[in-house]
Write a protein that binds this ligand. Structure first.
Ligand SMILES: Nc1ncnc2c1ncn2[C@@H]1O[C@H](COP(=O)(O)OP(=O)(O)OP(=O)(O)O)[C@@H](O)[C@H]1O
Length: 580
C-alpha cells in the first residue's frame, strides 16, 4: 500500500520537475534561441506533465484512503468495544465522532507531508539538473525553514492541545449555564456562575495567547524556507549568471520556488501545525479519557452566601412530628435565634404583566414565619408561579414591598437566602456529588450527601447510579428523577427559604409527601410550596388560596369552612382519607 502511494506520488512529483525544467528549456533552447517551435514543444511537455501529475494526484487520494480507512476501522472497533464493555452508549457516539476527526486529520497529514517530500524532491532534482549552483542558493534557506518549523512542532502541539482543552471547558461551562439559566437565576447563583465562566474565559484567553506566541516562529519558518529563496535567487542572479547559469534556468528556479516549494511548505506548516495537534489530542482522548473529560464541569468555588438569623419563636407546624424518624441533614448555614424578621413578608404587593393587563396580584399582604410551611393553591393560570417569581426576585412588583428574612427583594442578600425549585428541574452532566453540592460554598461530605438524598427520597436512585461519585447523564434521567436531584440540591443549599413551584409534579404522591416533609423539617428552613395536589395543602400549616387578585389565607380546616374557591379546589382534587 505504501509502495503504491509512493509510486503515484512520484508520478505527481514528475509534474513538479517538468514545470521548472520545461520552462527553462523552453526559454534557453526555444524562445531565447529564436526557435519558437522548440520553445512551444517544451511548454507542451510541461503541460503534459501537469496532466499526468493530475492523474497521479487522483490515484494518490485513493491510495491515502486505502491507508487511512483500515486505521479508522480499527479505531471504531476499539471504541465501540470499550463503550459496550462500559455500557456507555453516549461515550460511543462521542468517541466515534472523534474517530472521524482522527481519520480526517490523519488523511490530511499523510497528504501534506507526502506532498511536501515529493514536491521538494522533484524541485531539488530539477534545480540540480538545471544548474547545481541554484541548489546552493535555494537549499540552505529551505533546510533552515524546515528545521525551524520542526523545532516548533512539539511546543506548538502542546499549546494547541491546551487551547482545545480550554475551549472545550469554556463551551461546556457555557452550555451548562445556558441550559440552566432559569435555575441559576432562581437559586441566586448568578455570581458564582459568572465567576466559573470568567475562570474559563481567562483560561482560554491565556491558552490562546500562548498559542499565538508560538505562531511567530512558525510564520518565520515559512518566510525563511519559502520566501527567502526567492529573494536570494533575485539578489544572487548576477553571481549565478556569471557562473554559467542560463536565464531560462534562473526563471525555472524561480518557478520551482514560487509554484512548488512555497505552496508545499505552506501546506505542510498549516497541515502539520493544526491537523497534527488535533490528531494528537483526539488519539490521546480515544486511548483514555483525557483530563478534560474527567474534570468537573465547573470548579466549585467558595461562594459567600450570607447566613441569616432566623428561628423566631413562631410555631413549627404539627407535621414536624411525622418526620422525626427521617434522618435530618443540618442546613449548613449557622443561624442564630432571637428576634429576627419573618422568613418572608409581602406588604401591599401588586403586579401586572403589562400596563393594560389585569393585575395578577393586587395589594397582597402575606407573612410566612421562620420555620413556617405555606402552600399556595389556585386554579391554573391564577398567578401562583408569578407569586414565586416575585418572591425569588425574578419579577419586580409594580407596587409594595417583598422581603426575605428582612432583606428587600430583588436584592443580592435576599437572593442568597432563598432557593427556588421550578417545575423543570435542572441537572447538569457531571457527577451526582457535583450536582447535589452545587449550591453549597464548600464541598459537601459524602455522608451528608447520602443522608440528604435518603431524606428527600433520592436514596434508591443514588444507589442505582453507583453513589455520589457516579456521573449522571441528564438526558437518561426521567423527569421525576431530575426533580429528586434538584430537590436534594436545594435541600442541601444554605438558603433557609425554599420555594417549590410545582417542583414535585413528576413524583408520585408518596415521593412528593416524603420530599415535602423533608423540606418542612429542614432545621431552620421555611417552606413555600405551589401545590400540585391537595395533599400538599393538608400537610402545610397555612394555605394561601389565590382566586384572581383576591386571596384567602388560613389553615386547611379553616379554609374548608370559609373559602368557597378552596372548597371547589378541594372538591376537584382527590381528598386523602386522612391527613398525611
Ligand atoms: N411572561 C408573561 N407575560 C404575560 N403574561 C404572563 C406571563 N407569565 C404568565 N402570564 C400570565 O399571568 C397569569 C398567571 O400566570 P402564572 O403562570 O403565574 O399562573 P399559575 O397559577 O402558576 O398557573 P399554573 O398553575 O398553570 O402553572 C396567567 O394569566 C398567565 O397567562
Amino acid at each position: 500500500m505504501l509502495v503504491r502511494l509512493g509510486c503515484w506520488s512520484a508520478l505527481e512529483a514528475g509534474q513538479t520537475f517538468l514545470l521548472g525544467y520545461g520552462l527553462a528549456r523552453a526559454l534557453d533552447a526555444g524562445f531565447l534561441a529564436g526557435d519558437a517551435r522548440t520553445g512551444l514543444l517544451w511548454l507542451a511537455a510541461a503541460g503534459l506533465g501537469v496532466a499526468v501529475g493530475a492523474y497521479g494526484t487522483g490515484r494518490v487520494y485513493r491510495a491515502v484512503a486505502d491507508l487511512v480507512e483500515p486505521v479508522r476501522d480499527r479505531l471504531v472497533e476499539t471504541v465501540v468495544a470499550r463503550g459496550v464493555r462500559e455500557a456507555d452508549d453516549s461515550a460511543v457516539s462521542g468517541l466515534t465522532q472523534q474517530v472521524e476527526i482522527a481519520r480526517d486529520a490523519l488523511a490530511g497529514l499523510v497528504m501534506v507531508s507526502r506532498s511536501f517530500v515529493f514536491t521538494a524532491a522533484g524541485a531539488l532534482v530539477g534545480l540540480f539538473s538545471l544548474a547545481p549552483p541554484l541548489l546552493l542558493v535555494v537549499g540552505p534557506p529551505l533546510l533552515a525553514g524546515v528545521a525551524l518549523f520542526a523545532a516548533t512542532l512539539r511546543p506548538l502541539a502542546r499549546r494547541q492541545e491546551a487551547f482545545l482543552v480550554a475551549d472545550e471547558a469554556l463551551a461546556r461551562e457555557w452550555g451548562a449555564i445556558g441550559q440552566g439559566l432559569r435555575d441559576i437565576t432562581a437559586t441566586g447563583a448568578e455570581e458564582r456562575a459568572a465567576r466559573d465562566l470568567g475562570t474559563r474565559v481567562d483560561g482560554e484567553l491565556a491558552a490562546a495567547r500562548a498559542l499565538a506566541r508560538w505562531t511567530v516562529p512558525r510564520t518565520a519558518a515559512l518566510a525563511v524556507g519559502g520566501q527567502l529563496p526567492v529573494v536570494l535567487l533575485l539578489v544572487a542572479a548576477p553571481w549565478l549568471l556569471a557562473r554559467g547559469v542560463t536565464p531560462g534556468a534562473l526563471v525555472g528556479a524561480l518557478a520551482y520556488v514560487t509554484q512548488s516549494l512555497l505552496p508545499a511548505l505552506q501546506n505542510l506548516i498549516h497541515g502539520l501545525g493544526a491537523g497534527g495537534s488535533r490528531l494528537t489530542v483526539v488519539l490521546r482522548r480515544l486511548r483514555a479519557r483525557t483530563p478534560a473529560d474527567t474534570e468537573p464541569t465547573a470548579t466549585p468555588t467558595p461562594a459567600s452566601i450570607p447566613t441569616t438569623a432566623t428561628s423566631e419563636a413562631l410555631s413549627r407546624h404539627d407535621a414536624d412530628a411525622d418526620v422525626d424518624a427521617a434522618p435530618r441533614t443540618p442546613v449548613p448555614a449557622a443561624r442564630t435565634p432571637r428576634k429576627t424578621p419573618p422568613a418572608l413578608s409581602l406588604s401591599d404587593v401588586s403586579f401586572a404583566y403589562g400596563p393594560a393587563s389585569t393585575p395578577v396580584l393586587d395589594g397582597l399582604d402575606l407573612t410566612v414565619p421562620d420555620g413556617g410551611h405555606l402552600v399556595v393553591v389556585g386554579a391554573s393560570g391564577i398567578g401562583k408561579s408569578t407569586l414565586t417569581a416575585l418572591v425569588a426576585g425574578l419579577l419586580r412588583p409594580g407596587r409594595g414591598a417583598i422581603r426575605v428574612c428582612g432583606h428587600p427583594v430583588p436584592g443580592a442578600d435576599a437572593a442568597a437566602l432563598r432557593v427556588l425549585i421550578p417545575q423543570e428541574a435542572y441537572v447538569h452532566s457531571g457527577t451526582l456529588a457535583e450536582n447535589l453540592g452545587r449550591l453549597r460554598p464548600d464541598p459537601v461530605p459524602e455522608r451528608e450527601l447520602c443522608a440528604a438524598a435518603e431524606t428527600v427520597g433520592l436514596g434508591p436512585l443514588l444507589a442505582d447510579l453507583g453513589g455520589p461519585r457516579a456521573r449522571v447523564d441528564p438526558a437518561a434521567l426521567s423527569a421525576g428523577q431530575r426533580q429528586l436531584i434538584a430537590l436534594t440540591r436545594a435541600y442541601l443549599s444554605p438558603a433557609p427559604l425554599a420555594l417549590l413551584d410545582e417542583a414535585t409534579c413528576h413524583l408520585d404522591p408518596e415521593a412528593e409527601a416524603r420530599a415535602e416533609r423533608a423540606f418542612a423539617a429542614r432545621p431552620g428552613g421555611t417552606l413555600v410550596v405551589v401545590a400540585h395536589r391537595i395533599s400538599s395543602a393538608c400537610r402545610a400549616d397555612r394555605v394561601l388560596v389565590m382566586d384572581g387578585p383576591r386571596t384567602a389565607y388560613g389553615t386547611h380546616e379553616e379554609l374548608l369552612r370559609s373559602s368557597e374557591p378552596y372548597q371547589e379546589l378541594v372538591g376537584g382534587w382527590t381528598v386523602p382519607a386522612e391527613r398525611r
